[in-house]
Design a protein around this ligand. Structure first.
Ligand code: ASP
Ligand code: MG
Length: 402
């Protein structure tokens, strides 16, 4: 007998028919002799609809009340799924984050899970019940409901799997698994059977939009075997785990991130401590910095260019303007019409020529590179946003269609 955690995303539970399909998957797993804990997201666009409703009443509602509102979406799903499973004649119970013992820190709207006590889940499993837990929510030390940030149900599932020592955590979604590129852009993108945690982390951060980042970080930390699988097709999915045969793999995927902006701070004083001043200021405002480039100093001046998330661009512009004097620069230019395209692969570090091949693909497509950054397992380039689809296609073609 295995303990399996199955998480179903919003599209997988979107309506009655989809819920019956999920009930079928869950009960088949249970019937095969496994203990099953199910984590559900809110149905379809429920969370977005709630956010809109709130905005009609108040453009700055408190985060506490937003969490009370948003957590209701998962509660609807869990009760409906429990009813569907009851109808099939199986023992089942649904639990809120609080009932399941999901304890978080105090931060409303982006809470982090501190621990999953899980006693209730265990005792329900001991009574041979299928246990359904609301994703995305927990309880803080003030006994208030918190939510984990958009897409947080994946993280709920992995946290439960880690704390119960589950044998497998399956993330059911509307795609078949993790692909070598976004199948909506690249028609012949291939599904990966296996991927390492590190690769998945890079792809998640780079906008592959399959798994919540924090869920992958947590899976890696607690060595939870993850599987991304479709609730629609029921084909085999992609396994995410510690590398086994990874030496063979070179580049595992091409990712694109349009949510980025380039900030150039022009003519800063060329002296020690300047980069520290700039980036500590931005860190204080919780701005995530990605690629950084500093120009060669000339006439005691230098420029620093870096990328940030596009939705932070306005705020960063204001922060820098307010500190112009103190930082001593001449000008700031912010460009939101850029995108980051990256190749990711665990075997890349030991394979020379990968970068050249990527640049060759871009050159062939006539795409100009604005910035470059590299790490052990990825190479990213910043290009004009309008070129990004073309870039993904050209790079994918070069690496995967040989
Ligand atoms: N319902 C939440 C959201 O839309 C959490 C989730 O689906 O994972 O962000
Ligand atoms: Mg999701």
């Amino acid at each position: 007998m295995s303990l399996i955690v199955q998480k179903f995303g919003g599209t997988s539970v979107a309506n009655t028919e989809r819920l019956m399909n999920v009930a079928d998957i869950v009960t088949s797993t249970y019937k095969a002799g496994n203990q099953v804990v199910v984590v559900v997201s809110a149905q379809g666009d429920t969370t977005d609809d709630f956010i809109e409703k709130a905005a009609e009443l108040n453009d700055r509602p408190s985060k506490r009340e937003m969490d009370v509102l948003l957590s209701a979406g998962e509660q609807i799903s869990m009760a409906l799924l429990a009813m569907a499973i009851q109808k099939l004649g199986y023992p089942v119970i649904s639990l809120t984050g609080w009932q399941a013992g999901i304890e978080t820190d105090i931060n409303y709207s982006e809470a982090r899970i501190r621990k999953v006590t899980g006693e209730r889940i265990r005792s329900e499993l001991d009574r041979n019940r299928i246990v359904i837990v609301a994703g995305f929510q927990g309880i803080n030390k003030q006994d208030d409901i918190t939510t984990l940030g958009r897409g947080g149900s994946d993280t709920t599932a992995v946290a439960i799997a880690a704390s119960l020592g589950a044998d497998l955590c399956q993330i059911y979604t509307d795609v078949d698994g993790v692909y070598t590129a976004d199948p909506r852009i690249v028609k012949d993108a291939r599904k990966l059977d296996e991927i390492t945690y590190d690769e998945m982390l890079e792809l998640a951060t780079l906008g592959a939009q399959v798994l919540h980042n924090r869920s992958v970080e947590m899976a890696k930390k607690y060595n939870v075997d993850l599987e991304v699988v479709s609730s629609f097709s029921r084909n085999p999915g992609t396994k995410v785990k510690e590398g086994s045969d990874m030496e063979k793999m070179n580049v595992s995927g091409v990712a694109r991130d349009n949510n980025c902006a380039r900030v150039a701070i022009i003519n800063l004083p060329d002296e020690p401590g300047v980069a520290f001043k700039v980036f500590s200021l931005l860190a204080k405002h919780k701005v995530n910095i990605d690629i950084i480039l500093q120009s060669v100093g000339q006439k005691n001046k230098k420029s620093i260019t870096f990328t940030i998330q596009q939705d932070k661009a306005e705020e960063v512009g204001k922060i820098l303007a307010a500190n112009k004097e103190q930082l001593g620069f001449e000008d700031v230019s912010i460009n939101t019409g850029v995108a980051k395209v990256s190749i990711v692969g665990a075997g890349m570090a030991s394979n020379p020529g990968v970068a050249a091949k990527m640049f060759e693909a871009l050159a062939g497509a006539g795409i100009n590179i604005r910035m470059i950054s590299t790490s052990e397992i990825k190479i990213s380039v910043l290009i004009n946003e309008e070129d990004s689809e073309k870039a993904v296609k050209a790079i994918h073609e070069k690496f995967f269609n040989v």
